[in-house]
Design a protein around this ligand. Structure first.
Ligand code: GAP
Length: 493
């Protein structure tokens, strides 16, 4: 595991306030491991560089992120359908996409003394004697001239490992969408503008992976490709002139520039709606010289990580680059015929491309709070630090916990287990009887469980229990017979 840059965590000195703190990465990594969110891959063998495994809570949370994104694309927007294409594709795909040429390469330099390798664009250390030159950030040694290093991960299909059997693990999921453009168009009778979305693994032989799961060599992407007309239309489809129509009619006339602006806003709002603080998000437009080889225009949604403002999602206007090149390399005409305007054209593509792992890190960091002395107002503050993971309820890995007040009263345990059996059919649920009730609440707060249900002696008489809200710590009594309905309502709001 690459050592993260230590930063001083800002700990709230006020015993009863909940201030969010930009925390150092070490604490996040430690909590992720301790509570079963993320483990180092192959740990018993000393770990495998830059690869991570998502534990029982991690996989639940990751699935929740993916579901939130999938629902956002396919339910909250019109005209977007899904796809799940193969990771391995014909190597010709990668020739056509430009990924095998200089366009998808980083500049690599090597230190002549310690032989460590770095991305040239990440080195900031320069010798005083010659400020034009760069020097090794590790040992100060002299560096080689930069050379291009292609990021594609090569593999072989079949028993013979030769050039003819060579292919690549996909470096972006969207290529599977482009090569299926016509299949989806025809089978689903789609009309432009429309989108195809996909979630899946991608692989890049990154020179400098790091910052925990921020940059890894194997990661998951959530990509949506929006196919639109190459230019805005001046007339509405029914030829009634430029009068303002309905929202949908107006959007049908949009060109790539309008859609690019639209998707930037939509994607930023998705993160905001899932609880990311506004001050920690921004959109940064790409300068001409930093545009990806396929892009006409681009912008990053960036998050204020403990290690600086960094990209979490890219929105690109890819022009007709992809469909034009796949037409050329495959010999298949991938143009679109618009029945209404009688125009034939290669559609432009606006893409939204986010990382599941990066979003996971963002949601985790943004939700993380430390409260010195704890939140309980009824007892004196201690030196102890309480951790509260204020995840959006949609993303929380465990939704509900059921706790008997004490574990040495069999009748309470029996009732609590009955409630657990009832709820686990409806929610991702946990049963916990170990330790004092206060300790158990704190353990649940640390992993972001929105609701803790306590079965006490009154429960035995009244067939009810207390529902404790993670964020406000407010408790209310709810009838056991109403629990499923009440919790469903609470989790949806
Ligand atoms: N199809 C366009 C594309 O792949 P990108 O900006 O290279 O664009 C999009 O990647 C997103 O994929 C990034 O914003 C990030 O969330 C995720 N991503 C890219 N490389 C990654 C890596 N090495 N580790 C983790 N996530 C990565």
């Amino acid at each position: 595991m690459r050592k993260a840059q230590p930063r001083f965590a800002r700990v709230c000195e006020c015993a009863h306030a909940n201030y969010n703190m930009a925390n150092d990465l070490e604490k996040i990594i430690s909590l992720c491991k301790r509570r079963g969110f993320v483990f180092q891959s192959s740990e018993i063998y000393g770990g495998f560089s830059s690869c991570y495994d998502f534990g029982p809570l991690g996989v639940e949370m990751k699935n929740n992120i993916k579901k939130a994104w999938w629902d956002e694309m396919t339910k909250n927007h019109e005209n977007i359908v899904g796809l799940d294409s193969a990771i391995l594709m014909s190597p010709k795909v990668w020739q056509a996409s430009g990924h095998l040429t200089a366009g998808f390469a980083d500049e690599l330099v090597e230190c002549k003394s310690c032989h460590k390798r770095f991305r040239a664009d990440e080195i900031r250390v320069r010798p005083r004697s010659d400020p034009q030159k760069l020097k090794c950030p590790e040992c100060g040694g002299e560096l080689t001239e930069p050379r291009k290093f292609n990021l594609m991960m090569r593999t072989f299909v079949g028993p013979v490992e030769d050039e003819a059997a060579t292919t690549y693990l996909r470096a972006e999921t969207c290529q599977g969408i482009y090569v299926n453009f016509q299949n989806v168009l025809n089978s689903m009778r789609m009309k432009i503008p429309f989108g195809i979305c996909q979630i899946g693994k991608s692989f890049r032989n990154e020179i400098t992976p790091g910052d925990f799961i921020y940059r890894t060599r194997e990661f998951e992407q959530m990509e949506m490709q929006w196919f639109c007309s190459p230019s805005a239309r001046r007339t509405t489809r029914n030829g009634r002139g430029t009068k303002r129509g309905t929202d949908a009619e107006e959007k049908n006339n949009w060109g790539p520039d309008e859609w690019f602006e639209y998707w930037k806003k939509e994607r930023l709002n998705w993160y905001l709606r899932l609880g990311i603080k506004k001050e920690n998000l921004r959109i940064r437009e790409h300068k001409k010289e930093e545009l990806a080889h396929y892009a006409v225009a681009g912008a990053d949604i960036e998050y204020k990580f403990p290690f600086g403002w960094k990209e979490i999602e890219g929105i690109h206007n890819r022009g007709d680059f992809d469909l034009k090149n796949h037409s050329k390399f495959s010999g298949k005409d991938l143009s679109y015929y618009d029945e209404e305007t009688k125009e034939k054209y290669i559609p432009y593509i606006i893409e939204t491309s986010g990382g599941v792992d990066r979003s996971f890190l963002v949601f985790f960091i943004d939700a993380y709070e430390e409260i010195k002395g704890g939140r309980t107002k009824t007892t004196k503050p201690t030196k102890e630090i309480e951790i509260l993971l204020k995840l959006d309820k949609k993303l929380a890995p465990i939704k509900v916990a059921v706790l008997p007040l004490v574990r040495n009263k069999p009748e309470l345990v029996k009732k609590a287990k009955e409630v657990y059996q009832l709820l686990k059919l409806h929610f991702v649920c946990q049963y916990d009887e170990l330790g004092s009730i206060g300790r158990r609440y704190r353990r649940l707060d640390e992993i972001g469980v929105p609701f803790a249900l306590t079965v006490d002696f009154e429960s035995l008489k009244n067939e009810d229990l207390t529902v404790r809200d993670r964020d406000t710590m407010a408790q209310e009594r709810v009838k056991i017979s109403d629990l499923v309905k009440v919790l469903k309502e609470k989790l949806e709001n």
